[in-house]
Design a protein around this ligand. Sequence first.
Ligand code: NAD
Length: 434
Amino acid sequence: MANPVDTDMHPDLPDTRLREDMTAFEAVNHYVERAGEIGDVSRAVLTRIRMPASELRVEVPVRRDDGEIATFVGYRVQHNSARGPYKGGIRYHPKADIDEVRALASLMTWKTAVVDVPFGGAKGGVQVDVGTLSPVEKERLTRAYTRAISSILGDHRDIPAPDMHTDAQTMAWIVDEYAQLQGWTPGVVTGKPIPLGGSHGREAATGRGCIVVLDELLHDQGRDPEEMTLAIQGFGNVGSWAARHAHDRGYRIVAVSDADRTLWCEAGLDIEALHRHTDEHGVLEGFEQGDHVDELASDDIVSAAVDVLLPAAIGGVVHPGNAADVRCSVIVEGANHPVTPVADAELADRGVTVIPDILANAGGVMTSYFEWVQNLQQLTWRRDDVLRRLDDGMRAAYRRVRDRAAVDGLAMRDAAYAVAVTKVCEATALRGTG
Ligand code: NAD
């Protein structure tokens, strides 16, 4: 069956037929549909797990520093909890609309299943440009949003984490606001600062995990990291930590970008110096490394002449309009859904290997799981202990997907979805309809 629109079974199911103009949620469901066919799962169960279990839309009023009230729209989408509590980050971004948040919530369900952590999938978003907020306004926004969604959170119900434009400080405000309502509950949110029950290694985990799975792939392909050039789109949490770990592993990072520019250095960028620069200035602008660094347009990174491209910013950056310009042989999806389905098919035809988001960037949620376990047990693990568990877990997940791909002759994305969808369908069927 070729991706039918099952409106006879459910009036709101997204159209999953392969098209250039698919929304993010349609795109995720396109892959879920394909996985359902590969795994031969029950259509009734598949229909049930495609739509979010519940969606909360909230108005978030914030008092500006000048006394005016601004109101923002926020969401918390709970996609699936068959395998454990809902889990997923909170994003502050003007484009965090309901379709995007649904897509990200759904991706979390498949991601937690691929890496085998006992969580479901959820996501939160507030449609706001954080650049327009003062630090105090951002705190007020976070507290107001937390109050608005607090009734559906809980350390065994729904556990947020950081995503774009939210960080450990944002999580600290959430845990504090929740404590005022429900009592001290550190496991209600992950990605916290260490003094509030955060885990060593959490900040580095997503970027590091991307490089761990890339190492595994290159090993399978008989290629040496020290001979690989790498381009990283986005130099925030994921991109900057991926850069650091890749640099330590011997990769030559020749390009990095942010929303405004790409920096290119054939000899390899000085990653520690770049970290110091972005810690101080927040942007790549103004970085100097002798006279070897060229400045290109932000989007030029997609067509950089490198072995590996690691998108670590926003969704949909590799699309039918630029897929033909991609020159790398491997894409590691550090960001969520950076490659659209039509572009994905074109890249597959050209032999470009894509390590899919639900595997590549799952190191964050895996380490969030470690943080949650430490919170529930009131223990603290050492950093090297956390990183060893992370590396082992990511390697195991990579091998699960690789082996599934080999058995069924699949691309890695289809194999990852097949692993995840089969697991979630099984748990859903076992739990019954209640
Ligand atoms: P972040 O806010 O820390 O950093 C985002 C970076 O992307 C910034 O450097 C920003 O300048 C850059 N950027 C924004 N628009 C861009 C554009 N058009 N071109 C190039 N760069 C652009 O966010 P993050 O936490 O690093 O998340 C990045 C991506 O990784 C998101 O898709 C997120 O959903 C995904 N992700 C994050 C985590 C995590 O643990 N933080 C886990 C899994 C997936």
